[in-house]
Design a protein around this ligand. Sequence first.
Ligand code: NAD
Length: 264
Amino acid sequence: SQRLMEGKRGLIMGLANDKSIAWGIARTLADHGAEIALSYQGEALLKRVTPLAEQIGATLKIECNVTDQASIDALFATLEEKWGKIDFVVHAIGFSDKSELRGRYVDTSPENFRMTMDVSVYSFTAVARRAAAMMSAGGSLLTLTYYGAEQVMPHYNVMGVAKAALEASVMYIAEDLGKHGIRCNAISAGPIKTLAASGIGDFRYILKWNELNSPLRRNVTQEEVGKAALYLLSDLGSGTTAETLHVDAGYHVVGMKAADAPDI
Ligand code: NAD
């Protein structure tokens, strides 16, 4: 089979466990010959990350908390020292206090608003700037977003506002870095049962609703997000930048519940 990532090296941020979207992406890229460095949030995650890193032959595992600029600097200093240059970065990180992923958006606290924007939006910009400095031969940046940026989804609240800002930042980063041969895109994934998703109110209902009402009448898998990431990060995506690509079984075009969809 074709190895679309042969000779490419990159960083994947946001691996927590084998349910993480980052894991679906990491496996697909590794199958296609990519050499991968993983960053993880804190020492507590290392025991989960280590066996996964071994499975994909990832030798570099680096701790990084994106709320700390010094921690992001240290991550890129390590990459610079070990590799010198990189070809891609995957940012699969988002966080908000789960007590505010239910109830009303209008009740969002200023502290959680700032923290959510910092972790889920600014971190991608901070990473993009440092990654670009290691992409003298061009590269590809990728982040993960959700439909709650475009339309109101129940309980998504401040995270929807953050994802809208993240999608806007993808456009601005794409313009800033495009002249250097660096592409920047987002994948808008349909709902997938992960650790982060379990913090969202009524998540099982959202999953079921999407399964019954998306054009494909099912949910998507981590592997399907991985395949779309492969397109955007490999030469297949060479003409695509500033894009938010939906990998959501088509749900984003649905205006109303289909007549044949059973009631939940
Ligand atoms: P996950 O819980 O597996 O991953 C979230 C990751 O964010 C974790 O690895 C966590 O350690 C990391 N993180 C949180 N705060 C951090 C910090 N301060 N520093 C460093 N890392 C931090 O869940 P996931 O669903 O795989 O989430 C990955 C991305 O996909 C997120 O941006 C999420 O919003 C997005 N997304 C998820 C879905 C879904 O339904 N699961 C749908 C669309 C988009």
